[in-house]
Design a protein around this ligand. Structure first.
Ligand code: PNS
Length: 167
């Protein structure tokens, strides 16, 4: 059984994340989605439960995924759960440098752990959680950045007072 994990903060989940989840799930028997827990209170726009609910809402038709949370080293979860590889989406050379470095650091700890990079779909090259927050801040339309099922929720939370830059 081939198992992989795709991890992130998902604050909020974007169409780019969802694309990697769908394509990753097609490659394996089981894909874990690892949601990074809040390390310091108030450092995220959404609580971990809200971020998990967003992922659940948009992945309900994907049968071979399981959402988990982790703190600190993703590697520990990988080693404890017979994960075959860590899946990373790569949008550009900045992502590549960062993820290459991370994969090397992981290999310094355990040389058997593999990282698989999937190039982003070209539609989502500029899409990131930070861009979503920036668009919200200046009343930009986030339709092309986030899944339609969670768009309203993201806008409502923002308009309800959780402002990026103030948290
Ligand atoms: O969505 P983000 O915030 O870019 O996600 C970052 C995440 C969780 C994917 C990144 O921080 C990560 O890969 N953390 C794993 C840390 C780890 O296991 N390091 C091992 C080598 S020291």
């Amino acid at each position: 059984m081939i198992q992989a994990i795709y991890a992130g903060s998902f604050d909020p989940l974007t169409l780019g994340h969802l694309d990697i989840i769908k394509r990753g799930a097609n490659l394996v028997d089981k894909l874990y989605i690892g949601v990074l827990l809040n390390e310091t209170k108030n450092s995220y726009m959404f609580t971990v439960d809200e971020r998990i609910n967003h992922i659940k809402k948009v992945t309900k038709n994907i049968k071979n995924i399981e959402i988990i949370t982790f703190n600190g080293l993703l590697l520990n979860f990988v080693l404890e759960n017979n994960i075959n590889f860590i899946l990373k989406g790569v949008r550009n050379t900045t992502d590549f440098d960062l993820e290459m470095n991370m994969s090397m650091a992981i290999k310094m700890i355990d040389e058997n752990v593999e990282t698989l990079f999937i190039p982003t779909d070209k539609k989502y090259m500029c899409v990131s959680s930070s861009i979503v927050k920036q668009a919200l801040k200046y009343n930009g339309d986030i339709t092309n950045f986030v899944p339609k099922e969670i768009k309203k929720d993201i806008e409502t939370k923002y308009n309800g007072g959780i402002k990026y830059g103030q948290i």
